[in-house]
Design a protein around this ligand. Structure first.
Ligand code: FAD
Length: 452
C-alpha cells in the first residue's frame, strides 16, 4: 500500500470510524479522526439514541482483529434468545441458537465508542479532533470543509478521506449534490422511541440474559439489558394511522395504549409518561449509495455507505465487518484507488443482502414470532442443523454466528432452506425422515468454510 504523506482523514469517530482508526494505525498508517461531537470521555452521552446495541460474531471478530476485545468484554451482556411476552401468558424464551456459544451481546453504544476512541488515541499515529464538523468536500476530493467548535469555517487538504459519518453522512450529501454519487433512502413508515426500565434495588426486573420482545402484530416493544441492571426499551410503531405515534399525541392516549398493549411492561417503566413526551421519535430507513468511492480519494464506509433498519441487529456489525474487510485488503498492497474499488465490489452484494434481511426480520419480530407455525419451523430448522451441520444452518444463525459465511450467501441459502422447511412442515415430515435427507443433500451444497 502506498502510504500517503498526509494522514488519512476519517470523518466521524463513531463506532466504525474509531475502530478503523485503530486498524489503520496498526498497519502504520497515520490517521486524523474528525468528530463533530465533544469528547465522549468528558461529556455524558445524549439520551434517546439507540443506547444499547446487539453485538454478534461479525462485530466480535472485528474487535478481536483490532486487539480491543479485552477492553470490550466487561461491557457485554450475553443474550441467549428472544423472551417473548404475550398478553396473559408467561414469558417464553426462544433460543437464538443451540450451542453454548451461540449468543449475542447487549453493549452500551457510548461505552463501546469510548473504549474504541481510547484505543485509537493510544496509537501515536492517531490524532482525534472533537468538535470538528465536516460541512462538505470538494467533488474531486482533495479538500475537506470543516466547522470548528467555535463556529469558524475552514478548508483542509485531504489526500485520502474515509467517510464514517453515519446514516446522514455530510460527505455523501456533498458528493450527491455535486452529482458524483447517487443515493436513495428507503424510509420505513415506522418510527421508534426509547424508554427506560430501571433496576429495582440495583437488580434487573426482567431476565437479563435475553432480548425481550412484546410482539403485537404491526408494531412491537423490545428491551435490551444494560450492565447497571436497567433495560433500554424501544417502541417501534407506525408513524401515522389508527395505531401510531401520531395517535399518541396526548398523555392520556399514551397511558391507555400502553395499558392495553403492554400491561406487564407498564409497572416496569415508572417514568413512561415523562420519557414518552421528552425522548425523540427516531426515523428508520435503508441507504443505498453508489458509487461508494471516488478513485482513491474518498470512500464511504459503515452507515454512510449502507445504513439499514435495526431489526436484525446488524448495522454496527456490518460496519465493523467493513473495517475488517478493508483491513484485510490493505494487507494485499496496491494503491488506494484499487483498494477502494475492490472493497466496494466485495462488500456491496453482502450489504445489500443484510439490508433486505433486516427489513424481513421486522415482520418476524413483530408478527411471525407469535405464529405456532414459525415456532414449529424454527424447531425443525434446529433439528436439521443437528443432523446436517455441514449443510443446513438456520439463516438467523448464519447471519449472527457464522462470520465466515457472507450475508449474500446467508440470504441465498436461507431462501432454499425456507422452501425445504415449508415442504417438510407441510408434509408433517420430521428432520429424521428420508425426505429431509433427500431435500437437504439435493438442494444444499456442503459449506465451504464448515469447521473453519
Ligand atoms: C434504534 C437503533 C437500534 C440499532 N440497533 C443495532 C443493533 O442492535 N446492532 C447493530 O449492529 N446495529 C444496530 N443499529 C445500527 C447501528 O447504530 C449503526 O449501524 C452503527 O452505529 C453504524 O456505525 P457508523 O460508525 O457507521 O455510524 P455512527 O455510529 O452513526 O457514527 C457516525 C459518527 O460520525 C459523526 N458525524 C456525523 N456527521 C458528522 C460530520 N458532519 N462531521 C463530523 N462527524 C460527524 C457522529 O457524531 C458519529 O460519531 C441500530 C440503529 C438504530 C437507529
Amino acid at each position: 500500500m502506498t502510504r500517503p504523506r498526509e494522514p488519512v482523514k476519517i470523518v466521524g469517530a463513531g463506532l466504525a470510524g474509531a475502530l478503523l482508526a485503530v486498524l489503520l494505525a496498526r498497519r502504520g498508517i497515520r490517521v486524523q479522526l474528525l468528530e463533530r461531537r465533544p469528547d465522549p470521555r468528558q461529556v455524558k452521552p445524549e439520551s434517546g439514541r439507540s443506547i444499547n446495541l446487539a453485538l454478534a460474531s461479525r462485530g466480535l471478530r472485528a474487535l478481536e482483529a483490532a486487539g480491543v476485545i479485552g477492553s470490550v468484554r466487561p461491557l457485554l451482556i450475553p443474550m441467549r434468545g428472544r423472551m417473548v411476552h404475550e398478553p396473559g401468558a408467561a414469558p417464553a424464551l426462544l433460543p437464538y441458537g443451540q450451542r453454548e456459544h451461540e449468543v449475542i451481546y447487549s453493549v452500551g453504544r457510548a461505552d463501546l465508542n469510548r473504549v474504541l476512541i481510547e484505543a485509537a488515541t493510544a496509537h501515536p499515529g492517531v490524532e482525534v479532533r472533537f468538535g470538528a464538523t465536516c460541512t462538505g468536500i470538494d467533488p474531486a476530493g482533495g479538500r475537506l470543509h470543516l466547522r470548528g467548535a467555535d463556529g469558524a469555517e475552514r478548508e483542509e487538504e485531504a489526500a485520502v478521506v474515509i467517510a464514517c459519518d453515519g446514516a446522514g453522512s455530510a460527505v455523501r450529501t456533498a458528493l450527491v449534490r455535486a452529482q458524483r454519487m447517487e443515493m436513495r433512502e428507503d424510509w420505513l413508515d415506522h418510527d421508534y422511541k426509547e424508554l427506560t426500565i430501571p433496576a429495582r434495588d440495583g437488580r434487573p426486573v426482567l431476565e437479563p440474559h435475553a432480548l425481550h420482545v412484546w410482539p403485537r402484530g404491526g408494531f412491537m416493544l423490545i428491551a435490551l439489558p444494560n450492565t447497571d441492571g436497567t433495560f433500554t426499551a424501544t417502541l417501534f410503531l407506525p408513524r401515522t394511522g389508527p395505531v401510531s405515534f401520531a395517535a399518541l399525541g396526548a398523555p392520556t392516549a399514551v397511558a391507555a395504549f400502553f395499558a392495553r398493549e403492554f400491561a406487564d411492561a407498564v409497572p416496569l417503566m415508572p417514568a413512561l409518561a415523562q420519557e414518552f413526551a421528552q425522548h425523540p421519535q427516531g426515523q428508520l430507513g435503508t441507504v443505498h449509495a453508489s458509487p461508494w468511492h471516488l478513485g482513491g480519494r474518498v470512500l464511504l464506509l459503515g452507515d454512510a455507505a449502507h445504513a439499514i433498519v435495526p431489526f436484525h441487529g446488524q448495522g454496527m456489525n456490518a460496519a465493523f465487518e467493513d473495517c475488517t474487510v478493508l483491513d484485510a485488503l490493505l494487507a494485499d498492497g496496491g494503491d488506494w484507488s484499487t483498494l477502494f474499488m475492490r472493497f466496494s465490489a466485495l462488500r456491496r452484494p453482502d450489504t445489500e443482502a443484510i439490508a433486505q434481511m433486516a427489513v424481513e426480520n421486522y415482520t418476524e419480530m413483530r408478527d411471525t414470532v407469535r405464529d405456532p407455525g414459525f415456532v414449529r419451523r424454527k424447531a425443525l430448522a434446529m433439528a436439521l442443523e443437528r443432523r446436517f451441520p455441514e449443510r443446513f444452518i438456520p439463516r438467523y444463525s448464519m447471519v449472527m454466528f457464522h462470520p465466515e459465511i457472507g450475508y449474500a450467501e446467508a440470504l441465498r441459502r436461507g431462501t432454499v432452506q425456507a422452501q425445504i422447511l415449508a415442504e417438510l412442515d407441510g408434509a408433517h415430515e420430521s428432520a429424521d425422515s428420508h425426505s429431509a435427507a433427500r431435500l437437504v443433500t439435493e438442494r444444499l451444497s456442503p459449506l465451504r468454510h464448515y469447521g473453519s
